[in-house]
Design a protein around this ligand. Structure first.
Ligand SMILES: NC(=O)c1ccc[n+]([C@@H]2O[C@H](COP(=O)([O-])OP(=O)(O)OC[C@H]3O[C@@H](n4cnc5c(N)ncnc54)[C@H](O)[C@@H]3O)[C@@H](O)[C@H]2O)c1
Length: 274
C-alpha cells in the first residue's frame, strides 16, 4: 500500500458508456492500466483490449435496460462519454438524456456504492450553462426521457450546445443530492481533441482554437490527454471534488476570456455566455 494507490482502481468496476472509440476508449484503457475491471457500452463495435463490451443504443431505453442487465453491479465509476454532433438524430438522448436514464437506473438499483463516482464528458461548448440555468432547470425537471426529448425538440434545443449545457447543469445540481449517498459527480469540458467524431467535423471542431494552438505550439488534444483527467476525477484521489466542470482545453478559454489571446476573446466569451 502506498499513498499513491488512491489514484488506482484495483478492485473497482468501471462502466464506460461510449467507450468504443475516442476519449471513452482512451479512458477505458487507462482504467484497465489502473487495475480496474472495465465494461464498455457502445453502439459501435468494441475492440478495446482488456474490457468486456456490451451493445447499447442510448436513444432506446429498452436497449439501455438490456445493457444494464448484462452489466450488473456494483459499479464504482461510470464514465459517460458517448456523443454525437449537431445534425445527428436523437442528439439530445445520446449526449445527455440516455446517460441520465442509465445513471438513474443504476442509482435506483443501488448499484453505485458509497465512494463511487460519475464522470461526464461535456464540452467547452457547454460552458455557458450558468446563464441559461432557469431554462435548464425546467428541462432537467422533466424526468421522462421521451417528454424531455420532445421538450428539447419543441424549444429548438436538440442541439450540441444545449446537450452539453444540460450535462454541466446536471453535474452542478446533482453534486449535493448524490453526495448524501456518498457518490461524486464531475465533468470534463474538452477543447478540440483528435478523435473520429472531431475528424468527421474537422473544419468546425478541429478548426476551433487552431490559432491559439499555433501560437503556443501545440496540437489538438489526444484522447488520452482527456482520458487522464476523467479517470482522475473518478478516482479516490479526487475524493474532495464534486460538482465541477473542469475545462480541459490547454488554457485556450483562459487566454481568450482574459484577452491574453484577443483573437479568440469574442468566440470564447460567446461560449461562456458572457
Ligand atoms: N473531439 C472533440 O473535439 C470533443 C470536444 C469536446 C467534447 N467532446 C465530447 O467527447 C465525447 C467523446 O467523443 P469523441 O470525440 O471521443 O468521439 P467518438 O466518436 O470517438 O466517441 C463517441 C462514442 O459515442 C458512441 N455513440 C454514438 N452514438 C451512440 C449511441 N446512440 N449509443 C451509444 N453510444 C453511442 C460512438 O460509437 C463513440 O464510440 C463526446 O461526448 C463529445 O461530444 C469531443
Amino acid at each position: 500500500m502506498s499513498l499513491f494507490d488512491a489514484f488506482r482502481y484495483d478492485g473497482k468496476r468501471v462502466l464506460v458508456v461510449g467507450g468504443a472509440t475516442g476519449m471513452g476508449a482512451a479512458a477505458a484503457q487507462i482504467a484497465v492500466a489502473a487495475g480496474a475491471e472495465v465494461v464498455v457500452l457502445d453502439i459501435a463495435e468494441i475492440t478495446v483490449p482488456g474490457v468486456k463490451g456490451t451493445h447499447v443504443d442510448l436513444r432506446d431505453t429498452a436497449s439501455i435496460d438490456a445493457a444494464l442487465e448484462a452489466v450488473g453491479g456494483p459499479v464504482h465509476a461510470v464514465l459517460c462519454c458517448a456523443g454525437v454532433a449537431d445534425g445527428d438524430p436523437g442528439i439530445e438522448k445520446v449526449n445527455f438524456l440516455g446517460h441520465r436514464y442509465l445513471l438513474e437506473k443504476l442509482l435506483a438499483a443501488d448499484a453505485l456504492p458509497r465512494g463511487s463516482a460519475i464522470g461526464f464528458i461535456s464540452s467547452a461548448a457547454g460552458l455557458g450553462w450558468e446563464k441559461n440555468l432557469p431554462a435548464l432547470r425546467e428541462y432537467l425537471a422533466i424526468s421522462d426521457i421521451d417528454e424531455a426529448s420532445a421538450w428539447a425538440l419543441e424549444h429548438n434545443n436538440a442541439t450540441y450546445m444545449w446537450s452539453k449545457q444540460a450535462v454541466c447543469a446536471y453535474v452542478a445540481t446533482q453534486a449535493m443530492p448524490l453526495l448524501t449517498r456518498g457518490i461524486r459527480i464531475n465533468a470534463i469540458c474538452p477543447g478540440p481533441t483528435d478523435t473520429p467524431l472531431a475528424r468527421a467535423h474537422s473544419e468546425t471542431w478541429l478548426g476551433f482554437g487552431a490559432g491559439y494552438r499555433a501560437e503556443v505550439g501545440i496540437e489538438a488534444a489526444t484522447p488520452l490527454e482527456q482520458g487522464y483527467p476523467l479517470v482522475f476525477l473518478c478516482s479516490d484521489a479526487a475524493a474532495g471534488i464534486s460538482g465541477i466542470t473542469l475545462i480541459t482545453d490547454a488554457g485556450h478559454f483562459a487566454a481568450g476570456n482574459t484577452e491574453v489571446f484577443p483573437a479568440d476573446t469574442p468566440a470564447v466569451r460567446f461560449l461562456l455566455g458572457k
